[in-house]
Ligand binder design. Structure first.
Ligand code: PLP
Length: 218
């Protein structure tokens, strides 16, 4: 692996106001440490247990993001360790996070995950489900959750035009959600979209946060 060169290349290709999450899932502690030594401080994990092991072994100033499908029985673990849960995809999970955050007396930052890709395999709320969820949570106080924005993935395809259309759709949804539900809320500012193969398109379409694994750790 040429982590230092990889990071340099990625850093050169993203604007300073776009945040980089180094997706370190499945990679060893030593590998993450190497990226840390290059100056990276934000890492993404997709499994609760793996997150816990890495948090405990690595420097304390790392900001950990949880980006995987989260089961409600792992919520407590993840709420303790993650600065941002990017993958909230149901009201049930939202409510479990609110309950846990209250119990451990913290405020948890989250993104709502939206499904815009063509594939059925990808998780996330459909746009309709997203607006239904927002209507429900508008009526119920959730003082222990701060909704920071949206996360989404494009279809895994070579068709650049399709990828662009999906990111564009996500950006339109983001703007709609912001103006409807968070017009004066400065915390709602994050649109997490773009991975190793499509992040340049995502940035062109309005991404504020990219999640890159393979292009760094290979
Ligand atoms: C694995 C993963 C990534 C990183 O994907 P790469 O193609 O390796 O850059 C980004 N986002 C999510 C949600 C992931 O699960």
């Amino acid at each position: 692996m040429h982590i230092q060169q990889n990071i340099q290349l990625v850093r050169q290709s993203i604007p300073a106001d776009v945040r980089l999450v180094c997706v370190s899932k499945y990679h060893t502690i030593e590998t993450v440490q190497e990226a840390y030594n290059c100056g990276e401080r934000v890492f993404g994990e997709s499994r609760a247990q793996e997150l816990q092991v890495k948090v405990q072994a690595l420097p304390k100033d790392i900001e950990w993001h949880f980006i995987g499908h989260l089961q409600t029985n792992k919520v407590k673990l993840v709420c303790q360790y993650a600065s941002l849960i990017q993958s909230v995809d149901s009201l049930r999970l939202f409510n479990a996070i609110e309950k846990t955050a209250k119990e451990i007396n913290t405020i948890v930052d989250i993104l709502l995950e939206v499904h815009v890709a063509q594939e059925d395999t990808k998780t996330g709320l459909t746009p309709t489900e997203l607006f239904e969820l927002l209507e429900v949570i508008k009526q119920q106080p959730s003082p222990h959750i701060r909704i920071k924005g949206l996360m989404g993935m494009a279809t895994n395809t070579d068709d650049e035009n399709q990828i662009r259309q999906e990111f564009r759709q996500l950006k339109i949804i983001f703007d709609q959600v912001k103006s409807t539900y968070f017009p004066t809320n400065e915390h709602f500012d994050t649109l997490s979209m773009g991975m190793s193969d499509d992040y340049t398109i995502a940035i062109e379409e309005g991404s504020t946060m990219v999640r890159i694994g393979g292009k760094i750790f290979s």
